[in-house]
Design a protein around this ligand. Structure first.
Ligand SMILES: *[C@@H]1O[C@H](CO)[C@@H](O)[C@H](O)[C@H]1NC(C)=O
Ligand SMILES: *[C@@H]1O[C@H](CO)[C@@H](O)[C@H](O)[C@H]1NC(C)=O
Ligand SMILES: *[C@@H]1O[C@H](CO)[C@@H](O)[C@H](O)[C@H]1NC(C)=O
Length: 437
């Protein structure tokens, strides 16, 4: 299948792979740590398509698809920090503290297949063909928290969304905090704003915040800790209540997925307290309507020359073990290794939600607003091993009946820290930092 054109460009393309990957490694990503892997990279045939990828996503990384790949066991490089060394990991994600004794799940590195859309490779990289050796040396550099903090100096980052986004926020804090001395950092709840939490690195004047808004607009789940509801009510017209707290950020990182996983959503109009006018819609329709509202807000209230915006795509929740060959009601409990099968897709992940999100982001792009989709969905699909399951703090005391059926209460939605969210942040940082150059 290899054409003459392909052979001619094979060598050049391999160098381009190194250049782009090398550039990423200087910012945040650690890809290749030994010669076997480099060999692997060299041998993999770059895919030379011109239109087969959605350019929206890859434009800013020059045609590099970071989201197709495989997990490679690499205990030299991972984990990026130790659970006991990060004082900010809450009980929900402290798997070791709550009895998990296997640690291989912390030792996997995401290795993109590094495929490129050659037509969109910028001439910048082609010009650099002569400078390969200096780029190659970056391949062995590791995640460098000091460098990241330096590059973020004076910036405010806000993660906005649900508990999976909170999971990612705390991962980011843990990745960065170890290089900041005692007394020069602080984690706190922001007074007067119910849903806002902030981590500050004073020396660098960096603020890494989290804002709880699981459905983005005002909803009956808005309380950051007391929000257990089995039905959803949202006020479609009210995003400002939350969003007014997002305007003066340099980097916005959104997510919203889990709370839409009910069949119907009640949408209210007018004041939230006065529920006279409302409609019931499907979760898909509700998601679309809210994303439209969110898009309008983003297009009109954010200065896009100052603020970069990102949307984290949905993540897998390994609740149906039958998807990977387990029995009955078994789930992520007791899983210690990733799924190897390429393109594995669990039955719970709702691709229609992803399509609604993609089309919303496309429409925004047509209006001149670029929100990068950080497409972590596929890479989370493989990681049935990386959830807390029963190794976390549960807020209500478990009854004997529950304890006798651990599959019934295992948490297969969130992620142990250190763990998979660290990789999402490395990918996110690759975008953020290359734009800041
Ligand atoms: C710190 O960063 C904020 C933005 O997050 C900026 O408004 C402020 O001027 C910075 N302060 C200093 C002392 O650099
Ligand atoms: C999970 O593993 C533990 C320890 O190996 C074992 O005792 C338990 O029965 C397993 N649970 C299930 C549901 O397989
Ligand atoms: C994101 O990843 C999913 C799953 O791999 C894929 O179906 C989808 O097309 C991707 N979206 C974009 C915009 O690349």
């Amino acid at each position: 299948m290899v054409g003459i054109w392909d052979v001619k460009h094979m060598f050049e393309s391999s160098i381009i792979i190194f250049l782009v990957i090398g550039a990423l490694a200087t910012t945040a990503i650690y890809y290749v740590n030994n010669s076997d892997d480099q060999q692997d990279m060299m041998m993999s045939t770059p895919v030379m398509t011109h239109n087969s990828y959605n350019n929206n996503v890859y434009d800013s990384l020059d045609g590099c698809d970071l989201f197709s790949g495989k997990w490679v066991h690499d205990k030299e490089s991972y984990p990026l920090y130790k659970e006991v060394e990060c004082p900010y990991i809450p009980g929900e994600f402290s798997c070791g503290k709550y009895g998990r004794t296997d640690f291989i799940y912390q030792q996997w590195r995401w290795q993109p297949h590094a495929r490129f859309v050659l037509s969109s490779l910028s001439s910048r990289y082609l010009k650099q063909l002569g400078t390969t050796s200096s780029h190659l040396s970056y391949l062995s550099s590791r995640f460098n928290a000091k460098e990241v903090l330096e590059r973020l100096r004076g910036k405010r980052v806000i993660f906005i969304g649900d508990s999976v986004n909170r999971n990612q926020w705390l991962s980011m804090v843990c990745m960065l905090q170890s290089v900041i001395p005692h007394g020069l950092k602080k984690m706190q709840k922001v007074a007067n704003v119910l849903s806002l939490f902030t981590f500050k690195a004073f020396e660098y004047n960096v603020s890494i915040d989290f804002y709880w808004a699981p459905l983005l607009v005002e909803s009956n789940a808005d309380h950051p800790s007391n929000h257990k509801r089995n039905y959803r009510v949202i006020n479609i017209q009210s995003i400002e209540k939350h969003a007014k707290n997002w305007v003066n950020a340099d980097i916005l990182v959104f997510n919203s997925y889990l709370w839409w996983m009910t069949p119907t959503i009640k949408i209210m109009y007018g004041s939230f307290a006065d529920s006279k006018k409302h409609i019931m819609v499907s979760n898909h329709d509700g998601y679309q309507m809210v994303l439209e509202k969110w898009s309008d807000w983003l297009a009109t209230h954010i200065n896009h020359r100052r603020t970069q915006s990102y949307f984290m795509s949905m993540t897998a929740t390994h609740r149906r073990g039958v998807d990977w060959g387990k029995q009955g009601n078994e789930n992520c409990l007791n899983e210690t290794h990733p799924i190897i099968k390429e393109y594995f897709w669990e039955s719970m992940s709702d691709l229609k939600m992803m399509r609604i999100l993609e089309s919303s982001l496309d429409k925004l792009k047509a209006r001149g607003v670029n929100v990068n989709l950080v497409n972590i969905t596929q890479l989370t699909q493989y990681r049935k091993d990386a959830h807390p399951s029963i190794h976390r703090l549960f807020y209500s005391t478990l009854k004997a009946k529950q304890l006798s059926n651990p599959n019934g209460y295992a948490d297969c939605t969130h992620w142990c820290l250190p763990g998979v969210p660290d990789t999402w942040n490395e990918l996110l940082l690759a975008y953020i930092l290359q734009r800041r150059k």
